[in-house]
Design a protein around this ligand. Sequence first.
Ligand code: URA
Length: 437
Amino acid sequence: MRPQEIIAKKRDGKALSDADIGIFVDGLCGNGWADYQITALVMAMILQGLNRREQYSITKAMLHSGSIMDFSDIDAPKADKHSTGGVGDKTSLIIAPVAAACGIAVPMVSGRGLGHTGGTLDKLESIPGYNVNLSLSRLKSVMKACGFGLIGQTKQVAPADKKLYALRDATATVPYIPLIVASIMSKKLAEGLDALVLDVKTGSGAFIQKFSESKKLAQELCATGRSFGVSTEALVTDMSQPLGRFVGNSLEVYECIKILRGESDGSMKLTRDLSTELTAAMLVKCRIAKTVEKAKAKIETAISSGEALERFRKNIELQDGDPSICDSPDKLFAKGIKKVEVTAERSGYICAVDTFAVGIAVVTIGGGRVVAADGVDHAVGFECNVKVGDKVRKGAPLGYVHCRKISQANAISEKLKLAYKIGDTTPKTTKLIRAAV
Ligand code: URA
């Protein structure tokens, strides 16, 4: 079938067969489809809709456009966590070593920050020397030695998604649930997992902000994961304020090391709590713990015994990084960085945060990317000590911009002040875990 026939079929509202979808995915991998034909079909898919069978079929075709990792010679359940992305969302760096310390093998393939959200690879690269570009055979040997490996997407992992995502990004066709599901799941299923836990964010810093839509995405991700025989669970979690104390790459690694050292304070509580919830779900899915409560007790021990920190230290060594940051996390604060206070405009209670605006403010001073090719300044960021529900006095700090030049802080201070809405009464509290699917 020629591309235009398949495009016409979807344009006219008909369901595509597995064969049609196979031709499309093969075509987008360099076999005969022009970019304009690919994007015409994608737009038709969005306007006419895709049913669950088509969603499954696209996921499968994209998954098989690359290779599926084989960790069958590692004698442990294989599981991963995937987050739809947020601001200050750093849980991967805690979950991977803690889950490994509890007996799970974690092959974590992560992404870079783009737009207002951060990315695990950028955070890891703020550890001096850390190498995220491992071959799949080296990833396996790292996993055998310390229980987990953290790498970027390789050419072998779902190459169809890499091409399609770039075209969707350039043609305003990213926000459509069946295509998001196919994109995320084709990459995650390529990890050859027994279990997958998804952290679907909702709220002002999430990529999908409306709770009902986030829940729908969670349900579709789970349905697809389960139809591939992977034990899948999703937590819909609150992203209506930055997670934890820091937003910004090396600052976030600092927060993770403090948590792994058992030295977290109140400002890091949400990071620790969310990491615990997600890791507990992984332990239960992998049958390492019978209940979430028992899983949480194991996680507590993995941290308090120092085992999780040791796993992280070993991983950093194996991935060419400087493990001494585990002993001296202060090394992650770069020399010459200035800390500039951002103060409250009035007295009252923090009742909401425009988390998207906080993420964009950090991007503005170089802490993230506008386009994929941009570089990142790992040292800059925002320290957000004040949380929703806290009482503030006029002129008291809402947080601190970590920057190289005062002019950077000046450029974003007003925006940060506006991002924090201050009212006269305490706001309704929002649960961290909004739903489990
Ligand atoms: N993240 C992905 O990996 N793919 C999407 O389509 C959207 C978010």
